[in-house]
Ligand binder design. Sequence first.
Ligand code: TMP
Length: 211
Amino acid sequence: MQTGKFVTIEGPDGAGKTTVIKKLVEKLQDRGFNHIFTTREPGGSAISEQIRHVILDVENTAMDARTEALLYAAARRQHLVEKVIPALDEGKLVICDRFIDSSLAYQGIARNIPTADIWAINHFAIEDYLPDLTLLIDVPAEVGLERIYTAKNQRQFDRLDQEGLDFHNLVRNAFLAFEKEEDRIVLINGEQAIDAVVADCIKELEKHQII
Ligand code: TMP
């Protein structure tokens, strides 16, 4: 039986999700909250990490948008079954870096696949496992891309990072639109100093009785 809570963190590329999650977990642990499982998509399990590699490989320029959408959904299914559901069954707080809203924003809106189709394949993948709460870490697309491209935050560019500003603007605006439509999603200003971002995340976790 599921007793845990499922929280997802979403946002445009370069929003700082990875750092936010790390600091958020530290703060929660300082408060004695240790029953936490952090993970990410695409990936988070051996099979899903292999799928991640295929999706994000910069050599895979021939990948069709619907193939991409199906691969994200497949990685999601495997990770959900192998990692997320068992952790929820153990009563853990699961914090997952990206989930279904990323597919709706990137593959649905930015790649221009009807969002009803993205919902359909994802419903097949996740059944009724929607997050209890989604924290949307928002930054303008330019800010996110700038962070990715600065030497300080350098990481390997993946196939999606290489999309242009227009694509990343579509993604950002899609997330903002989803937040307006869905009570499950709350907006966090990702342009603030990291401690303020984390403090806002904690406030929302409290408000929504996640912690
Ligand atoms: P990451 O940089 O947050 O690890 O995510 C890798 C890329 O995959 C990022 O550009 C967002 C993209 N993505 C999708 O396009 N659809 C999805 O469903 C997910 C989970 C990620």
